[in-house]
Design a protein around this ligand. Structure first.
Ligand code: PMP
Length: 402
């Protein structure tokens, strides 16, 4: 008899479970559209050319060691991360109102931000999450005792943004709530507000004195342009709002397993920024002591070197370009087949994911009859498509929706 005899069994993680089923499938034309990781046109993981270069440079450095990083991470990495998201000419940076801690990728940034807010933001404040959102958001905030409220986001009929529903819930939430916003390339819908819509969202947040929590896991992946993908965050700064922003280098650097990320705080005063940073360090110390070094070293090298930064931008253009090409290929294949329904959203949505509108039942047939793996909500990772499998996938979709 164990003391854990009655520990409730947790359900397996949906995405990781899906990948396991895909791996176990022996069908030769199987497709994995579940996992949010970039694949090249041969369906293989992609090591960015700029990361290969940075690897080589790091390995040649005789001074490279395996010492601990500072608790808050590599200072030049966190500074460069702030410049990347806020822009090199950010007034908040110039006025020293910005601090950042290196975290365990985007998940760690979300966690550290959540933990900090649970201790130092208005007690009892709830966080507003888009419906749907990244499956981990709810768990991360609930883990630190912050309750979540859903705001409408996806309009199934329109296959687009439910701006009105979203604004209404943000407006009716208690003052000083926390609002989580995906900075770009919303996961799972691939639908982002337009600039005009962002302005309306910022206005409501300002009116209600809410605190904004940006999650930015795909900068450079949405439009292919780093500055364009940072527009919303920079607009919020220009409006004098205080906010946190979580950055992940998993997708845009292909550093998934290296766990490189950053939590940046933009505050109104340098004094507040320093106070916040002191608590980031204190919390981080007891949670992870100090962050992992390798991925952040790669990113640090690239972000602080103009030639490598330029190469990175080229790599991003290549990845986002292939994804956009796959959107077009899927759309035209469905058009050619005369597949019932409207499919324009496949080309208008951006980033790694597309919310197809396929039902749970249709997804189930895709899996059992066609060996195509995707989540029950009909989300597909565009990166799982390539020139060899897109026709097969289109035919499968055509069959299940008829
Ligand atoms: N936020 C969002 C919205 C995401 O999609 C992801 C990646 N799936 C993350 C955060 C964090 O990922 P990671 O911890 O791998 O950086």
């Amino acid at each position: 008899e164990s003391v854990f005899q009655s520990t409730p069994r947790a359900p397996p993680d949906v995405i990781f479970n899906l990948t396991a089923s895909y791996k176990a499938d022996t069908f030769k034309d199987k497709i994995n559209l579940g996992v949010g990781a970039y694949r090249d046109n041969d369906g293989k993981p992609f090591v960015l050319p700029v990361v290969k270069k940075a690897d080589a440079i790091l390995h040649q450095d005789p001074a490279l060691d395996h010492e601990y990083l500072p608790i808050g991470g590599i200072p030049t990495f966190t500074a460069a991360s702030a410049r990347l998201i806020l822009g090199a000419d950010s007034s908040a940076i110039k006025e020293k109102r910005v601090v950042g801690a290196q975290t365990i990728s985007g998940t760690g940034a979300n966690h550290l931000g959540a933990l900090f807010l649970s201790r130092f933001y208005h007690p009892g404040a709830k966080i507003l999450l888009s419906n749907p959102t990244w499956a981990n958001h709810k768990a991360i905030f609930n883990n630190v005792g912050i309750e979540t409220i859903d705001y409408p986001y996806w309009d199934a009929k329109k296959r687009g943004l439910d701006l009105e529903g979203m604004l209404n819930v943000i407006k009716s939430a208690p003052e000083k709530s926390i609002v989580l916003l995906h900075a770009c390339a919303h996961n799972p819908t691939g639908v982002d507000p337009t600039q005009e819509q962002w302005k309306q969202i910022a206005e409501v947040i300002k009116q209600k004195n809410h605190f904004t929590f940006f999650d930015c896991a795909y900068q450079g992946f949405a439009s292919g342009n780093l500055d364009k993908d940072a527009w919303a965050v920079r607009y919020f700064e220009s409006q004098g709002l205080e906010f946190f922003v979580c950055q992940s280098y998993a997708k845009n650097f292909g550093l998934y397993g290296e766990r490189a990320g950053c939590l940046t705080a933009v505050t109104s005063t340098p004094d507040a920024a320093n106070r916040v940073f002191s608590q980031f360090e204190k919390l981080q110390r007891s949670e992870i002591s100090n962050p992992p070094a390798y991925g952040a070293r790669v990113v640090n090298l690239v972000l602080n070197d103009p030639t490598l930064s330029k190469q990175w931008q080229d790599d991003l253009t290549e990845m986002s370009g292939r994804i956009i090409a796959m959107r077009k290929a899927l759309y035209s294949a469905l058009k050619k087949l005369g597949t019932p329904g409207t499919w324009e959203h496949i080309v208008t949505q951006i980033g790694m994911f597309s919310f197809t509108g396929l039902t749970k039942e249709q997804v189930s047939v895709l899996k059992s009859k066609y060996h195509v793996y995707l989540t029950d909500n009909g989300r597909i990772s565009m990166a799982g498509l390539n020139t060899s499998n897109v026709e097969y996938f289109a035919k499968a979709v055509d069959d299940v929706v008829r």
